[in-house]
Every structure is written in C-alpha cells, then in structure tokens.
Design a binder for this molecule. Structure first.
Ligand code: ADP
Ligand code: MG
Length: 695
C-alpha cells in the first residue's frame, strides 16, 4: 500500500497493533504526525576513532566488538560495577558502567557495538584506555549502514517504545514514502532560501554528512527553521484569513445602550468597578455596538474580576433581545458561574440556563428546545454548549472563560463557531504583550492588571517537607479560628488513577490528622453533582479543609478561604502556581500560600518558587515562567498547554513567529492565493469552517 501523509500509523512498517495503540496514546495518529516527531538531539558518528590513536580526555566514538564482560559487586551493599572489554583489530578498550545491572543482558561476546564517551587512561591494566558510562549502541548487521559514518538522530522514547526502535521505524518510513506535498508557496521558499518540505523532513530525520551538528542540535539548521516557519506561518495564515473574513461580516444586529441597562448594572453591582474593569467594559461595549462582530481577548490578572465584565456585557446583549452562551473549561467552574450569576439575577427577569455533559437527557432536551426557540437567555456551561445538535435561535454573544485550557488547534475551531456572533475570550494567563500580539493576532486585546481595592496581598512561603508538622499545627489554629483553606496535590495526566490514589491516601491521612474538622476531597473523577455538592458545602463553611487535585486551579472563587497549601510545588509551573494562589486572598482577611518542597527538589525548583514569592504580579511571573520553562515544558493541561505547537517554541522562535505573522497577514491582505499550496490550504480552512460553524 502506498503511504500517504494522512495514512494511519498502523500501515507503517514496524508498527503492529500494540505500537499503534501506544503511538495513538501519544497523539501520533498518522504518517504525518510521526514525520513531525523529531529527534531531540543528534550524535556525531561521522568519524570513528581507532583505539590505537585515542587521546586522553577527548570525546571519541569507537566501533568494536564485545570481547569479554564481567561484573563486580562491591562490599558496599548493592553497588554494581559492570565492565566490558571491546576489541578493535586486536586493540582493546575497557568500558565501565555503574549500577546498571540490566546491561549484563545487553552485551554479548561478538556483538558489534558503537561507544561514545570521554577517553581516560586505565593505569592498572594491560588495557590502556577506558570510558566510564559511555553511551552505547548494539548494532545489528542490517542497521550498520545507517548507524555508522553518519550523524545519528536520537529520539525520546514514547512510553515503552524505545528511542532506538522509533529511529528504526522512522528511518524505514522516510525511505518508503515517495513524496510529501509542499505547504509553502514558492515565492516564500525562494525569499527565505527554504528547501522543499520533503527534503527538510528527510534531512531532519537523517541528516547528510555535511550538516552542522551544532545547528542540528540547536534546531537551527535550515531544515528545522523551515519546518518551524511553516508551522507558524500556516497557523498565522489561519488567523489572518478568518480575521479578514470576520471583518467583512456585518453582524446584522444593531444594539442600543439604554438607561435601563445602566440601572440594572448599578443595581446588581455590590462594588465599584476598578479603573481597568471600566476601561475593558468600555472596549467591549464599543465592540458590541459596532456592526462588525467582536473578536476580543480579555486578559486579566487572577482575581481582577473578569466574571463581572462577562455578566454586565451579557445583560447588555440580553436587554437587546439576544442569547448569550458562556462557556467554562470545567464543570466545576461552569457550575460556580451558574450558581453565582443565578443568585445575582434572582430578582430580575433574565433566563439563566445550565448545560454540561452531565445534564440529564430530559433536562437537556428541555434546554435545547428552549435555546432553539431563541428567547433571550444566558446559558452557562462547558463544551456541551457547542455540540452539533445544540441550535441557538438567536445567539448574539459567546464568552469563553479561561481560554488557556484549549490548545492551538481547538482554538481556531472555537473561533469559527459563530460567524456573526460577538466573541469574548477571557484568560487569567497573562502573557507578554509582544507574544500576545502574535499568538492572538486574530483578536483585539483588553488587559486588566489591577486588582479590586481593599485586597490584602497574599503572603507566600516556601515550606520544606521536614517542617510540615509546624505547618499543620498552624493550619489547625487557622481552622479553629473559623477560616478555611485548601491543600492541593499535583496531578499528572498520564496516570490519573495513581494520582487519584495518592490524593485519596493523603486525604485519609489528613482526615486523621485533622480529625476535629470537616474535610472534603475533590478531584476530576467525581461526577459534577458530587463536585458541586462539595464546593457548595465548602462555600457554606460545612467543609473546613478542602483536599484537592489541581482542578481547583481555574477560576474558583471562595472568599472565606485564607490559606492554600501546594504539596510538591516543584511539580507545577510558575504560572500555574500563581493561578492556584489566586484561589485565596479574595476576601478581607490576610491570606497565606504555602509551597511545600520535597527534600529531593533541586536548586532550580527552589529558585523558581522564590521568584514567585517575590511578586504577586502575574505578568512578571508569566514572563519568567515562559523563559525558565518554555511553553513546551508544560505537562498535561498545565498553563502553557495552549501555546504548544508541534515543533515551534513560541519563546525560542519568537523571531520566526514575528516574520511568519507578517508574511501571513501580507498574503491575506494582497489576496495572493495563486500558488497551489495556498489554494489548497485556504480550501482546507473553508472546509474546517463549514464543519464547525453554526448559524
Ligand atoms: P477572575 O478575574 O480571576 O475571574 P473573579 O471574576 O472571579 O476574578 O473575581 C474575583 C472576586 O473579586 C469575586 O469575588 C468578585 O465578586 C470580586 N470583584 C470583582 N470585581 C470587583 C470590584 N471592582 N471590587 C471588589 N470586588 C470585586
Ligand atoms: Mg475567572
């Protein structure tokens, strides 16, 4: 069968049903996905050294044959030394590995082996040279041609598929595949001296001997640059294209801002708006009154009061006779928004609905019917708001809260949904303005840095694990005084089950420790109803101490909570910790945040958290986090997940991103779609738009 880019990985040589499952679990579904799984470094095996010509302290590569092996167990318990003598034309080299007993089953006499390491003198033996813990690779005869005399790509393992196995699969794949279609128009390839896509992909996986190893390892070879540019260019092209389209739409609604709206606003607000809130409210108001649909990002510090803006503007739209859909990333958050807003609007005639994945079928049918009829209403929920069968009779305004939960691909899809609806995307992940302007180049930007007045700044502390008892005594005192708080455990998505178990065990332990108080446990596996019940009990003060996985990170707002403990704080990103910290300090009492570091936490982790202690400014922290960790580092749905591209890194490649944006917007402005590459891509965008949009 001829492989196409869109073919399933299961058709690739070397991938059976088991590996197919593993690749798919890692998000590698197609040939194309695998071709974009790049080596993370390269090894120079162009030149091999003769043992007779080795020089002390030099990094060298050797090919030889396993001559003998032996193991030494030192008297110190368990210390394991494994030695192999490798021969090459009669010359010998000693290799030593420490505490890697499994190597005994890797090296067998007569096997051909490549070794890479620093050469040392071996004084006490007839064998003159040795290497300690060298990198090694046993070579099958059939592989030897592509593993020697060349630059060798090194891949990260995927679950239990070793990097070496992946290398073999990809090596075969690039030789099997006949062609890969081009994505960049010729004019751009010429302008930047970029090679063809197929050539670059081949070179990245199997570089020719004249490539610079430094450039390859920096991801800065012309082939890497080309592929990175391509990814960013196509992304920006999508944004530019839809932005341009949107600007041609007339939304066909004329709103008026009435005195009635003003008086409702006054009536429901228990506080004065901050300067920043007022400014952003004005910007949104102006957009709503405009004939073009709004496309706006509201970026706001944690706790800056974005929900109020969402609510006020929703009232504006309902008063003008239209429906509003307000989507949150989790059921907990959607639930909280719903309960709060319902309470605030209880004496007013607005219809507030709630729709999530766990809404019962009967209830759902009722809501769907209601939405279809098109009476003005505010419907709050999760992704369930935009399922295919949800039809809005009269949708005017879509609000998406905490956008950072959605990845790059999902994002464009979301923006496409309602062509003529006004769209407000809210996020508490402050990203540096220059980056925001490229990564959200399809949106206008509103920013709120200011916190409501009267907030007492949160005090942050690092706690070393060994002092945890002192912290627990402090917590008891705090709980006795009638305050509430959270203890958060990290969650890693790959093993949600194990994490859950960890949280459950901790919960039991804590329950015993704090037996005079009421504890609650909340995590992603609970049903919405259970979670809601717990959150409500917490809010009512019936739970004193809430043990949680990081799901409370987003948006939850309970003003009586005065402390938050993050266990294993080293496992979170800075921005994520800042978000967590934002769960407290919302009332008029002093709040404390404790970042607990385990013994094994490194200097690096400590430094990062110290940066967090010094400032409460989310924008500064975000900048720091992006630089320290990079967006690619984020695990699971952690903070920068939405900035993750397949190969590009928005921080390291910010220069390329800038250029890619300029080129993309130029192409769209000049309507220069004559090249077959662009024609195809634009068709694809149109197709995607048809798939997701609703009227
Ligand atoms: P975020 O921007 O993180 O989503 P929220 O909208 O949850 O923040 O608001 C945090 C808290 O601040 C809420 O309890 C809200 O009622 C309160 N709040 C919002 N705006 C103001 C204001 N101008 N003055 C006082 N409190 C405010
Ligand atoms: Mg919020």
């Amino acid at each position: 069968m001829r492989l196409k880019l869109s073919s399933s990985v299961k058709y690739i040589k070397g991938i059976g049903p088991k590996r197919e499952r593993i690749f798919k679990k890692a998000g590698i579904n197609t040939v194309e996905d695998l071709l974009y799984y790049f080596p993370f470094r390269y090894e120079d095996r162009r030149k091999f050294h003769k043992i007779s010509e080795l020089v002390e302290n030099e990094k060298s590569a050797i090919v030889g044959e396993v001559f003998s092996k032996n193991r030494i167990i030192t008297p110190r318990r368990g210390f394991h030394i494994f030695q192999v003598v490798v021969s090459q034309n009669g010359e010998k080299l000693l290799c030593v590995w420490f505490n890697q007993p499994y190597l005994e089953n890797v090296f067998w006499r007569g096997k051909k082996v490549v070794l890479f390491g620093t050469v040392k003198k071996n004084p006490s033996s007839s064998v003159k040279w040795k290497m300690e813990n060298p990198e090694y690779e046993i070579i099958d005869l059939e592989e030897s041609s592509f593993l020697m005399g060349r630059i060798i790509p090194v891949y990260e393992r995927i679950y239990n598929i070793s990097g070496k196995a992946i290398r073999k699969i990809i090596y075969n794949l690039i030789n099997d595949i006949k062609d890969v279609y081009e994505n960049l128009p010729e004019s751009i390839r010429k302008k930047y001296n970029f090679p063809d896509r197929f050539i670059s992909l081949k070179q990245i996986h199997s570089p020719s001997t004249d490539c610079s190893i430094e450039e390859l390892n920096n991801f800065s070879s012309v082939h890497h640059r080309r592929v990175i540019f391509e990814e960013l260019f196509l992304f920006e092209l999508g944004l530019a294209y839809f932005r341009e389209k949107t600007s041609q739409f007339n939304k066909g609604r004329m709103y008026t801002f009435t005195e009635k709206i003003e008086s409702v606003w006054k009536k429901i607000l228990p506080f004065e708006l901050t300067e920043d809130q007022r400014k952003c409210l004005d910007e949104i108001k102006k957009d709503l009154l405009d004939s073009q649909p709004m496309r706006r990002l509201l970026q706001g510090e944690v706790g800056s009061g974005k929900t109020a803006i969402a609510l006020l503007t929703s009232i504006f739209v309902m008063e003008n006779g239209y429906q509003v859909a307000f989507m949150a990333p989790t059921e907990i958050l959607a639930g909280q928004h719903f309960l709060r807003i319902k309470e605030i609007l209880k004496d007013l005639p607005y219809r507030v609905l709630f729709l999530t994945g766990s809404t019962s079928r009967k209830e759902r049918e009722k809501i769907l019917k209601d939405l279809k009829e098109g009476r003005p209403s505010l419907v709050i929920g999760t992704h369930a708001l935009f399922q295919k069968d949800v039809v809005y009779g009269n949708l005017g305004y879509v609000i998406i809260d905490e956008q950072h939960r959605f990845g790059v691909a999902q994002r464009t899809t979301l923006y496409l949904k309602g062509k003529k609806t006004d769209l407000l995307v809210m996020t508490a992940t402050p990203i540096p303005r220059s980056l925001a302007l490229t990564i959200y180049s399809d949106l206008d930007l509103s920013t709120m840095r200011e916190l409501p007045r009267g907030r007492i700044p949160i005090k942050s502390h690092i706690i070393h694990e060994k002092n945890i008892d002192k912290l627990y005594s402090w917590i008891k005192e705090e709980l006795r005084n009638g305050n509430q708080g959270y203890i958060v455990f990290p969650l890693i998505e790959e093993s949600e089950k194990l994490d859950l178990k960890a949280a459950e065990i901790e919960y039991e332990n804590l329950s015993m420790l704090f037996k005079d108080f009421k504890l609650g446990l909340i995590h992603g596996r609970l049903t919405t109803r259970e979670r809601e019940r717990i959150m409500r009990n917490f809010e009512k003060g019936e739970i004193n101490l809430l043990v949680s996985t990081s799901i409370i990170e987003v948006g939850i707002d309970i003003s009586n909570a005065t402390f938050l403990v993050v266990e294993n704080a080293d496992r979170f990103g800075l921005a994520q910790l800042h978000q967590l910290r934002g769960r407290i300090g919302r009332g008029d009492k002093e709040s404390h945040c404790f970042f607990v570091l385990p013994k094994k936490a490194g200097q690096e982790a400590k430094r990062r958290i110290e940066a967090l202690i010094k400032t409460n400014d989310g924008f500064k922290i975000a900048e720091e986090d992006l630089i320290l960790r990079g967006p690619g580092q984020a695990f699971g749905t952690a903070q920068w997940g939405h900035l993750n591209f397949r190969v590009a890194d928005v921080v390291k490649d910010s220069g390329v991103l800038e250029i890619a944006k300029e080129e993309a917007f130029r192409v769209i402005k000049e309507k220069d779609f004559s090249s077959p590459e662009l024609k195809r891509y634009i068709e694809e965008l149109d197709r995607r738009e048809k798939e997701v949009s609703f009227s």
